[in-house]
Write a protein that binds this ligand. Structure first.
Ligand code: FES
Ligand SMILES: [Fe+2]
Length: 362
C-alpha cells in the first residue's frame, strides 16, 4: 500500500474488520462485577452465544453454556450450591469446571461435561475468554501493567455500527479538528505489543499558535500525551493528561446481532495510597467524566447513521489502515457459534466447488 501519495486506495476486501458475522478470539466483557453477588446465577448473551454466569461461595465468577445437557433446561433457573450449580429441572449438579458431579436418581453421575469458559475480573467487570485456553491477558496498557487501578464505570451504550468502526474514532486524526475543533496536528507512532494488541502514540507537540496548547504546553516535557492501546479490535484504552497525572478511558465493545455494537466506558486511574489518595482519585474520575461526556457525545450521531466504507483513504488515514491490517492477522471466530471462522479464500473455494457441482448436476 502506498502512503507516500496524498490519496491512497485500498482494493483488498477485509475479512475481519467491520464484518458483522465475525469477532476476534479474545477477552470480552460480560457483566459488571457488582451485578453478580455470591450465590447468584444470571443468563447472559455474549457475541450471540447464550451463557450462564454464577458466583460461588469462593467469590469466583464461573461461566457455562446456558442449557443443561440432560434435556435442555436453562441453567439460570438453577441454584448455586457452594461453588457448584444445580439444574432446577431434575437437579443434576455441575462443578466449577462443568463436570456433572451428581444425578439424584443415579448412584453415580454420568461422564458429562458442560462447556465452561475462562472467566476473570478486572476494572470492575467480569470478562470471558471466547476460545478454549486464554492466549493473551485481559486488556491493559503497558504503563499500568501489574498496577492496581481505581475505576468508574460511566457509560453503557449501543451504537448502530460495528465495534471496529466505533473504536477507530480514537485514531481518526482528521475528525479531532473537524468534529471536536481541537488545535492538534496528531501524528501517531504505532507499536504492535503482541498478536492482539497495538498502540498508537502521538508524537507531536501541538499547534504552538493555539492559546489552548500554550496553556497546557508547560505540563508536557515532550509530545502532548495522547495514546491508544487496542485489544482484540474491540477494546481500547486511551491515555491522556499532563506528565504528572495520566488518566485512562477504556471503551470496551462487543458485537451485537446485525452488526451493531454494545459498549461500556470505564475511567481508570492508578491507585493512590490512603484515604486522601482515594478521595483525590474519586474527584478526578468524576471530573474526567464531566469533561469527557460532551466530547464523546459529539461522535455519537456519526455512529447512528454511518455505513463505513473506506473508499478514498488519504495519507492521514494511515493509522486506520494500520489498525485494519493488524485486525486481519488475528484469529477470528463466528458470531453465535464461536467456531473458528474460515478464511474468505476457503469460502470462495467452497462456493466455486458448489457452483461447479450445481453446473455439473444441471
Ligand atoms: S434438564 Fe437439567 S437436570 Fe434435567
Ligand atoms: Fe471523536
Amino acid at each position: 500500500m502506498n502512503f507516500n501519495s496524498q490519496n491512497v486506495s485500498s482494493k483488498r476486501k477485509s475479512k475481519n474488520f467491520n464484518n458483522p458475522e465475525r469477532f476476534i478470539e479474545g477477552w470480552y466483557w460480560a457483566i459488571p462485577s457488582h451485578h453478580l453477588r455470591v450465590g447468584e446465577v444470571k443468563a447472559i448473551t455474549l457475541l450471540g452465544r447464550e451463557l450462564v454466569i454464577f458466583r460461588g461461595k469462593d467469590k469466583k465468577a464461573i461461566t457455562f453454556d446456558a442449557y443443561c445437557p440432560h434435556l435442555g433446561a436453562h441453567l439460570a433457573e438453577g441454584k448455586v450450591e457452594g461453588n457448584e450449580l444445580r439444574c432446577f429441572f431434575h437437579h443434576w449438579k455441575f462443578d466449577r469446571e462443568g463436570f456433572c458431579v451428581e444425578i439424584p436418581c443415579l448412584d453415580e453421575p454420568l461422564p458429562i461435561k458442560l462447556n465452561a469458559w475462562h472467566t476473570a475480573e478486572k476494572y470492575g467487570m467480569i470478562w470471558v475468554w471466547t476460545g478454549e485456553i486464554p492466549l493473551q491477558p485481559l486488556p491493559f496498557i503497558p504503563e499500568l501493567e501489574h498496577k492496581e487501578c481505581d475505576v468508574a464505570m460511566v457509560c453503557h451504550f449501543v451504537a448502530k455500527c460495528h465495534p471496529n468502526v466505533v473504536i477507530i474514532n480514537a485514531i481518526d486524526t482528521q475528525h479531532f479538528n473537524t468534529v471536536h475543533k481541537l488545535p492538534l496536528g496528531i501524528v501517531f507512532e504505532k507499536e504492535e505489543l503482541n498478536q492482539n494488541a497495538i498502540t498508537f502514540s502521538n508524537t507531536t507537540r501541538g499547534n504552538e499558535n493555539s492559546w489552548l496548547i500554550k496553556l497546557i504546553r508547560p505540563f508536557y516535557k515532550n509530545a502532548i500525551t495522547y495514546s491508544i492501546c487496542y485489544w482484540y479490535g474491540s477494546t481500547n484504552i486511551v491515555t491522556m493528561g499532563p506528565d504528572f497525572l495520566h488518566f485512562y478511558i477504556m471503551f470496551t465493545l462487543r458485537l451485537l446481532d446485525g452488526g451493531k455494537a454494545e459498549g461500556r466506558t470505564i475511567l481508570m486511574m492508578q491507585k493512590r495510597k490512603g484515604i486522601f489518595g482515594k478521595l483525590y482519585n474519586r474527584f478526578m474520575l468524576w471530573l474526567v467524566n464531566i469533561l469527557g461526556r460532551d466530547f464523546f457525545n459529539d461522535d455519537s450521531k456519526i455512529f447512528e447513521t454511518i455505513k463505513f466504507d473506506l473508499k478514498t483513504p488519504l495519507k492521514i488515514d494511515q493509522p486506520i489502515m494500520q489498525f485494519v491490517n493488524h485486525l486481519e492477522r488475528q484469529t477470528a471466530l463466528c458470531w453465535g457459534t464461536w467456531q473458528p471462522a474460515r478464511s474468505l479464500r476457503d469460502a470462495e473455494m467452497r462456493d466455486n466447488r458448489d457452483k461447479w457441482r450445481d453446473d455439473f448436476n444441471d
